[in-house]
Design a protein around this ligand. Structure first.
Ligand SMILES: Cc1cc2nc3c(=O)[nH]c(=O)nc-3n(C[C@H](O)[C@H](O)[C@H](O)COP(=O)(O)O)c2cc1C
Length: 202
């Protein structure tokens, strides 16, 4: 197991994967389970992880992804989706493990906050799935795999291929496997001074 700061510092987006590598089921399950533990607003857990195991479907998705090889070569391809209406689907169940009073109070807050606010509903789903994406990537690293976050694809075409429900959005892919090529030169990071703002923008 790689420690978390090393995994963060050493992670790179893999451009090619070894297509012969099979991730054992128990390991893939552990990686997906780590994604499931990511935080979400009001614990709504909007994310849905579509694992593309069918090789024919992978081919079709690759064709809709500007032919990017990771889509087919990755040992696991996860299409992260957001159920943007999850907030309205029996919200008390997101607090099922908490005392009944909390369940009722959260269900009512959820309804108040999301009702009629379509943009916010969508934004929250995207935010949550983004959290899960990085959790999946770090969990993959902990298990000795590399990953690539991806949004270079035709969202509408991929939605059709996976039968995306009307009230869901595709957020991104996370491709996981064993890196099989030298990483391309890195673009570099902006300095911390430009990234971090104290108190207010000037
Ligand atoms: C939302 C998102 C979408 C991305 N889409 C792609 C993609 O479609 N194909 C690809 O090869 N890399 C993709 N990347 C990887 C970025 O190019 C890469 O993370 C960035 O250049 C920084 O490099 P590093 O991850 O190796 O540090 C994506 C990254 C993010 C966060």
């Amino acid at each position: 197991m790689t420690d978390i700061l090393t995994a963060i510092a050493e992670r790179r987006a893999a451009k090619r994967f070894d297509p012969t590598v099979v991730i054992p089921d128990h390991e893939l399950r552990a990686i997906l389970d780590a994604g499931r533990q990511a935080p979400t607003a009001f614990n709504i857990q909007h994310w849905r992880f579509v694992v593309i195991s069918d090789p024919e479907l992978r081919k079709e998705i690759r064709a809709a992804s500007w032919n990017q090889p990771q889509v087919e070569e990755a040992s696991a391809l996860i299409v992260l989706c957001a159920d943007v209406k999850a907030w309205a689907k029996n919200p008390a169940r997101y607090w099922a493990a908490a005392p009944e009073k909390m369940q009722t109070s959260y269900a009512s807050m959820i309804e108040k906050v999301y009702t009629g606010n379509e943009q916010f509903q969508r934004d929250e789903g995207i935010r949550s799935a983004g959290m899960a994406a990085y959790a999946l990537m770090l969990a993959a690293a902990a298990h000795g795999y590399q990953s690539c976050p991806m949004d270079g694809f035709d969202f509408e075409a991929v939605g059709k291929l996976i039968n995306l429900p009307d009230d869901h959005e595709i957020v991104m892919f996370v491709a996981i496997g064993k890196n099989a090529a030298e990483y391309p030169p890195h673009g570099g990071q902006l300095p911390l001074e430009e990234t971090v703002i104290e108190n207010r923008f000037s």
